[in-house]
Write a protein that binds this ligand. Structure first.
Ligand SMILES: C[S@@+](CC[C@H](N)C(=O)[O-])C[C@H]1O[C@@H](n2cnc3c(N)ncnc32)[C@H](O)[C@@H]1O
Length: 387
C-alpha cells in the first residue's frame, strides 16, 4: 500500500487543500472536485494534536534509531512541509520526504511492499496478495522474456527482488526517496542479490538512462505519487516510452478514482494516501495511447484489492497496544475510522487499472515533444479491457 500505516504524518505539517483546487483548475473535467470543501472550510487539526503526534513519533524513533534516526525524520518533515507551506502544493521532493518519513512505520506494520494486495480468490494472506500484485504487473511487462528491467518508483526494492528472483533478470530500481534507497540497498544486500538488483536515487519524470535502455519496465502503484501535477502524467509516460526498447512492454498499476469523492471521503483518502481525490482522477490507458504505446491489455482489479483494507485494520487491532503507544489512542481511532470508510469509497468510485503497454517495434527512441501529444478525453478507456 502506498503509505501504510496511515499514520496521518501529514498532520505534522499544514495539509494542502489547494492541491485539489489547482488540479481542478487545470482539468476542466474535474470541475467541482475539491471545491465543495474549499480551503477556508477545512477543519485543521489542532496544534496540540499535531505536537502530540510529532512528539510520539520522535520518541519512538529515538528508541529505535537514536539521534541519527531522529535527525533523518526531522529533516524529512521539514522537506515535506516546506513546499506546502511556501507554494501551497506538494512537489516531487516533498513526496520523497514523505516516503522518507513513513517507511519505518510502513515496514513495521505492513511489510516491505508499499502497494495494495491483489486478492484474485479472496482468501489469500496479505503477504501472498502483495506478491500477487507484483507478479501481475511483471506479467503485464512480459518480464519473462526481458533481460534488463527498470522498476520506476521502486519502494525499498521488494518488488524488484521478487522479479529478479522469479525471472532471473537484472532489475534497476529508481526512487526519489533517500531513505527508501538507503533501506532498499540494505535489503538487496541482505537477500544476496546485489549482482542483479540495484537501486538508485532519481526522479522518474526525468531519468538519466540513455534511450531504449530497458527491455521491460514495471511501475507498481507509484504513478500517482510520482505525478504531482497533471503535466507530470504526460512527462512520466513519455519518459517510459523513451527508456523502453522498441517492442518492449510496460507493466503498470495504480489506484485511480472515476468520480470526485465527497469532502469527508476526500479527507480519509488524503490522510491515508497523501493524495486528494482530484489528483487521482486519471485515465492511464488514454495517456499511454496518446504517447504512441499500444495498450495491449488493461484490467480493473479494484474489487480484488479491497480486502487489503480489512487486513490493514486487522494489523492495527493485532498490534493495538504497540500502535497506541506509538501514535496515541485518539489518532488510532481516527485511523481505524478512515480504514472503515475507504473500501466503500473505492468500491463506489475507484478503479485500479493494471495494464500492459507495448512500444511499437518500429518506434523511434525519443518521445514526441509534449506539445505534439494528442489530448484524449478523460475516462475513454478507464477500467475497461482495451483489447
Ligand atoms: C506507493 S510507493 C510504491 C513503491 C513500490 N513500487 C512498491 O510497490 O513497493 C510509491 C513509490 O514511488 C516513489 N516516488 C515518488 N515520487 C517519485 C519520483 N518523482 N521519482 C521516483 N520515485 C518516486 C516513492 O518514493 C515510493 O517509493
Amino acid at each position: 500500500m502506498r503509505t501504510f500505516p496511515p499514520l496521518e504524518i501529514e498532520r505534522l505539517v499544514t495539509l494542502d487543500r489547494r492541491r485539489a483546487v489547482a488540479a481542478a483548475a487545470v482539468m476542466p473535467q474535474l470541475e467541482g472536485c475539491g471545491r465543495r470543501d474549499g480551503p477556508s472550510s477545512r477543519s485543521r487539526p489542532d496544534q496540540k494534536e499535531r505536537a502530540e503526534l510529532a512528539a510520539r513519533v520522535l520518541v519512538a524513533t529515538w528508541r529505535e534509531a537514536g539521534l541519527a534516526g531522529c535527525a533523518r525524520k526531522l529533516r524529512a518533515a521539514v522537506w515535506m512541509g516546506l513546499p506546502v507551506l511556501v507554494a501551497g502544493r506538494r512537489t516531487a521532493q516533498s513526496v520523497g520526504a514523505y516516503f522518507d518519513l513513513i517507511t519505518d512505520d510502513g515496514r513495521l506494520f505492513y511489510g516491505d511492499s508499499f502497494h495494495l494486495g491483489y486478492f484474485p480468490h479472496g482468501d489469500e494472506s496479505l503477504r501472498e496478495a502483495l506478491d500477487a500484485h507484483t507478479d501481475l504487473v511483471a506479467e503485464m511487462a512480459r518480464v519473462k522474456a526481458a533481460g534488463r528491467v527498470l522498476d520506476v518508483g521502486c519502494g525499498i526494492a521488494a518488488p524488484a527482488l521478487r522479479i529478479a528472483r522469479r525471472y532471473g533478470c537484472r532489475v534497476t530500481g529508481v526512487n526519489i526517496s533517500r531513505e527508501q534507497v538507503r533501506q532498499g540497498r540494505e535489503l538487496i544486500a541482505a537477500r544476496g542479490l546485489s549482482a542483479r538488483v540495484t537501486i538508485q536515487r532519481g526522479d522518474a519524470r526525468a531519468l538519466e538512462f540513455p534511450d531504449g535502455s530497458f527491455d521491460a519496465i514495471v511501475c507498481v502503484e507509484a504513478a500517482g505519487d510520482i505525478c504531482v501535477s497533471e503535466h507530470d502524467k504526460d512527462r512520466l509516460v513519455g519518459e517510459l516510452f523513451r527508456l523502453l526498447r522498441p517492442g518492449g512492454h510496460v507493466g503498470f498499476s495504480d489506484l485511480v478514482l472515476r468520480t470526485c469523492p465527497l469532502p469527508a471521503e476526500d479527507r480519509a483518502l488524503r490522510a491515508v494516501l497523501y493524495h486528494s481525490g482530484a489528483e487521482l482522477l486519471t485515465d492511464w490507458p488514454a495517456i499511454f495511447a496518446r504517447h504512441d504505446f499500444r495498450v495491449v491489455e488493461c484490467r480493473d482489479i479494484i474489487t480484488a484489492t479491497l480486502p487489503t483494507w480489512e487486513h490493514a485494520r486487522a494489523v492495527y487491532e493485532r498490534h493495538d497496544g504497540k500502535v497506541t503507544r506509538r501514535y496515541g489512542r485518539r489518532l488510532v481511532q481516527r485511523i481505524l475510522a478512515h480504514l472503515e470508510l475507504i473500501p466503500g469509497v473505492l468500491a463506489a468510485r475507484g478503479s485500479f487499472p493494471v495494464l500492459c503497454a507495448q512500444k511499437p517495434a518500429a518506434a523511434e527512441g525519443s518521445p514526441r515533444p509534449p506539445h505534439a501529444v494528442r489530448q484524449t478525453p478523460l475516462s475513454s478507456h478507464g477500467g475497461k479491457e482495451a483489447t
